[in-house]
Every structure is written in structure tokens, then in C-alpha cells.
Design a protein around this ligand. Structure first.
Ligand code: GDP
Ligand code: CA
Length: 315
């Protein structure tokens, strides 16, 4: 008789993922293809959050919810699929500010969130409801409910995050980046960081997505205490960001704009960095800095590389 081996799903326990927007959303989508979503907790940056036309907008949270629910607008790289722009067109006719584009469908999210914030509900609760309403069962936690604002000192003066990123299209040189506010991690985030089996830093922008999370009281300490279970994926491949300003921003601020620079930036709280095969020449130095290095294809839009990335992380 031939023995039949049934492969049991490995019980991995809860995985907490530190997240920015697009890079993190792609990684969460990949992770969700392998791990039950009930075992994933996304801890999300709110340093990009902005008030526009009286509405509170949380771009990284919305990118994650829209991507995981299959509603993300891939052509634009943000917002909702099948979007229309009648409100923005009408606003332009009135002479209103339209450099930060908000689609007609997307506006519903911001109206809903803002109305509930005004009633005294927290971003934590509102985000949980928005995710549930989109059919998601993984937990998406804003890192804090306190104000937090990523600010960029640039060649053209001090800019808010969205002025830098959207209005100036991140083309001006940065001199310093600060994370303003006295923000504390929510109890849900503290609990997740304490109890997670593993903590993964998504391939997000180190300066604009991960550093604002670290600036929140309680986050860096928790990561340092749990360094052994913290791993990260380099968002830089061959010294270039897949998308966005991470490469030139790191170099403008005096960091090496490559996987080794990411390793140095994360080393105090991260014991393993996953780097792309294109960066194999940096592997020994990355290992010296972090303790452990994994090398594989890391371009998540390539199915073969996406599978390799999960395997390299033991997932
Ligand atoms: P944002 O908040 O929307 O700017 O998004 P994130 O900070 O989460 O992600 C931006 C970073 O994701 C950029 O630095 C990209 O280089 C990185 N990124 C996007 N897609 C990939 C990918 O497939 N592989 C890797 N390694 N990095 C990626
Ligand atoms: Ca962002």
C-alpha cells in the first residue's frame, strides 16, 4: 500500500506587519495568500494623514484596505478602481484647491471617517469598521490615535508630507524629516507587538513610512525588546526604489541608498533583512550588521519572485 502524506498547514501564530502604503499593501496581499488573514495584524503609518476640505484622509490605511479588498486603482497607484472626478471638476470651477485629488467614490470613505471622528470615535475603531465593511478579516491598526505629522524640511522650505509627496511630486531635495506630535501607540498596537509570533517590516519607505511608526511612543522599544523575531524586506533593489523617493531621500539624509543602508537603518531592532538577488554583493555586510540575511527575488509583481520571497521568510 502506498502511504499518503497529507501536508498539514503549519500553525505560524500571529504575524504583525509594520506598514506604509503601497509596498506594504502588496506584501500584505502576498502574505494573505499564504497565511490565514485572521493571523495577520497590520500596524499602519498615520504620519501621512492629512486634513483636506475639512475631511480627514488616511492614505496608507486606505491604500491597504482598497488593495486587499481588490478595489485599488492600479493605473493611478492610489484611490479606487472605476473612479470618477466630477466633484473635483466642480471644485476646480469654484476655484477650490484640487492639487490633492479625491475621487467621487473615494470621498465616501473620507466623509464616513470624518463624521465618525467628529462624533468622538477613534481611528482604530473606524478603521476596523471600514475594513469589515470591505469584507476583510485581517486586523488593520493605525499605529496611534494621536496626531502625528511627517514634515519635510526641503530646498523650498518646510513642507507637510502631502505637499512634498503630491504637490511637489517628491522632486525637491530634503534636508531633514521630522515626525511631529506626541503620539503614543494604541493598546491594541502594544499588545500586537508584545504577543506576535513574528514581526515583519514590510518593504515600505524607511524614512517616510517606517520611521514615523518608530517615532510613536512604545514602538521602537517593543521592537528592540523583540529584535530576535523582527525581520524586514528591503524596499531598495539594486540601489533603486521600485516606486517613490526612498532611494534619493535616503541619500539626501546621509544614509546609503541601498540594501546595506536599510540594514544599518534597521539594525538596532531587526535581526534579519531580506535583500534582492541584485544585491547579493552586499550580503556579507548586511549579515554583519543585522545578524542574518536572506537573498531572493523580491519584486512582488513577479509571481515567481513573490513565491521565493515567502519561502525565503519561512512562510
Ligand atoms: P507608500 O506609503 O504608498 O509610499 O508605500 P510604502 O512606503 O509602503 O512603499 C513604498 C516602497 O515600496 C518603495 O520604496 C518601493 O521601493 C517599495 N516596493 C514597492 N513594491 C515593491 C516590491 O515589489 N519589492 C520590493 N522589494 N519593494 C517594493
Ligand atoms: Ca504613505
Amino acid at each position: 500500500m502506498v502511504a499518503v502524506y497529507v501536508r498539514r498547514p503549519t500553525v505560524l501564530g500571529v504575524i504583525a506587519v509594520l506598514c506604509g502604503g503601497v509596498g506594504a499593501a502588496r506584501f500584505l496581499q502576498l502574505l494573505a495568500s499564504r497565511v490565514p488573514t485572521s493571523e495577520i495584524v497590520a500596524i499602519v503609518n498615520v504620519g501621512d494623514d492629512v486634513e483636506m476640505h475639512g475631511l480627514t484622509i488616511c492614505p496608507d490605511i486606505d491604500t491597504i484596505i482598497y488593495t486587499l479588498s481588490g478595489l485599488h486603482n492600479d493605473e493611478l497607484g492610489w484611490g479606487l478602481r472605476g473612479e470618477t472626478w466630477r466633484t473635483m471638476d466642480a471644485l476646480a470651477e469654484l476655484g477650490g484647491d484640487t492639487w490633492f485629488r479625491l475621487g467621487d467614490l473615494d470621498l465616501a470613505t473620507h466623509l464616513y471617517r470624518t463624521a465618525r471622528l467628529r462624533r468622538g470615535d477613534t481611528k482604530t475603531d473606524i478603521t476596523a469598521d471600514l475594513a469589515r465593511q470591505r469584507g476583510l478579516d485581517l486586523r488593520i491598526l493605525p499605529v496611534t490615535n494621536d496626531p502625528l505629522a511627517t514634515m519635510i524640511d526641503s530646498d523650498v522650505g518646510r513642507l507637510s508630507f502631502q505637499e512634498y509627496f503630491v504637490r511637489e511630486r517628491h522632486s525637491v531635495a530634503a534636508r531633514a524629516v521630522t515626525y511631529d506630535g506626541h503620539a503614543a501607540a494604541t493598546p491594541e498596537v502594544r499588545e500586537a507587538l508584545e504577543s506576535a509570533e513574528r514581526i515583519i517590516i514590510a518593504p515600505s519607505n524607511p524614512i517616510l513610512s517606517i520611521a514615523p511608526l518608530l517615532a510613536v511612543d512604545g514602538v521602537r522599544d517593543a521592537l528592540e525588546r523583540r529584535r530576535d523575531v523582527v525581520s524586514a524586506i528591503s524596499p531598495l533593489i539594486g540601489g533603486r526604489a521600485v516606486k517613490g523617493p526612498a532611494d534619493h531621500l535616503m541619500s539626501e539624509l546621509g544614509y546609503r541608498p541601498d540594501a546595506l543602508g536599510v540594514a544599518q537603518y534597521y539594525a538596532s531592532f531587526c535581526s534579519q533583512l531580506v535583500i534582492d538577488r541584485a544585491d547579493e554583493n552586499l550580503a556579507d555586510e548586511v549579515r554583519d550588521v543585522c545578524g542574518s540575511v536572506a537573498i531572493c527575488g523580491t519584486l512582488m509583481s513577479e509571481p515567481q519572485q513573490a513565491a521565493e520571497l515567502l519561502a525565503a521568510m519561512g512562510l
